[in-house]
Write a protein that binds this ligand. Sequence first.
Ligand SMILES: Cc1cc2nc3c(=O)[nH]c(=O)nc-3n(C[C@H](O)[C@H](O)[C@H](O)COP(=O)(O)O)c2cc1C
Length: 217
Amino acid sequence: MKYMPNSEKCPLPYSPFKSCTVPRPIGWLSSISPDGVENLAPYSQWQNLTFDPPMVMFAANQYPDGRRKDTVINAEKTGWFVWNMVTWDLKDAMNTSAMAVPYGESEISLAGLKTVKADLSDVPMVADSPCHFECKYISTHRLKGNSNVGTIDIVFAEVVKIHVKDEFITEEGKIDIMKARPIARMGYHDYTVVDNMFEMKIPKASPDEADGLEGRP
Ligand SMILES: Cc1cc2nc3c(=O)[nH]c(=O)nc-3n(C[C@H](O)[C@H](O)[C@H](O)COP(=O)(O)O)c2cc1C
């Protein structure tokens, strides 16, 4: 099977595109409107971009009627949002938080989540999440698609504060991912959970290269 998605009809009943780019980490993003309404939504078009300084991005598709996502509007208006790690235990709350509630209503109470305030802004952070990034808005790049939903706002931000709960740090000083069990997005309605891992080192890597991959500052 092969096809050109921009000019040919997909020969499969479901588009393979999102199911090839897997697993995608979930940017579970909290934000606040200028008049104080708290907001939370998952974004799987989410990625780290670089580490010195740490920068991230997410891509928000517009609604079919052309409205932009609340997370984008809040990030642009207040300059802040927070990334919350989604774990297996938080998966149902994450799913509820994806519901499209009118601007001005909060998904946080709907999902029954406890929050704590971020250190650098008034953005709420999901209290039961093991890791958070406080993200400072940099810019938005808009890419026009074939439709309103295909049109995206790509939001770039710098991670200016990282929180990791002490109970999720191993004796070696690494994040205990096996304990946190983050979930990630697959295609269709499918997800996966990180509950196994293996280690690999580049043969004959220079110390700088090895340190960079391992994450030494
Ligand atoms: C796991 C998951 C991943 C999602 N990823 C995206 C995404 O990358 N971009 C997007 O525009 N919407 C995505 N959505 C849908 C948004 O979460 C949904 O439109 C939400 O209502 C947006 O909320 P907001 O307007 O408060 O920002 C995703 C939904 C789920 C459940």
